[in-house]
Design a protein around this ligand. Structure first.
Ligand SMILES: [Zn+2]
Length: 92
């Protein structure tokens, strides 16, 4: 887990310590979300230390602040979207 100081520094670059989706300011629940969400550009090792990665890569634009709850909801939505697409293909 990254230090609060490092996390705060990173959050400040992405609009401050506030969830872009629900507006939560619960600092302990806030995480950095990779918008491309395929992880292809961020290795597993880097994902474990994402704050350090972001600083070392000069704050890439494809990140946003998201709370853990919204992160989970987003993941579920993505899964649903995929399942929906598969169903559609089967119907054809
Ligand atoms: Zn949220």
């Amino acid at each position: 887990m990254a230090s609060r100081k490092l996390r705060m520094k990173v959050f400040q670059h992405y609009g401050g310590p506030i969830c872009v989706r629900c507006g939560s300011t619960n600092f302990d629940e806030l995480t950095m979300e990779h918008l491309l969400n395929n992880g292809s550009e961020v290795s597993k090792k880097d994902r474990k230390n994402i704050y350090r990665y972001i600083v070392n890569h000069n704050y890439p634009p494809e990140f946003q602040v998201l709370c853990k709850k919204c992160n989970q909801i987003k993941r579920r939505e993505k899964k649903g979207w995929l399942i929906g697409n598969i169903t559609l293909l089967e119907d054809i």
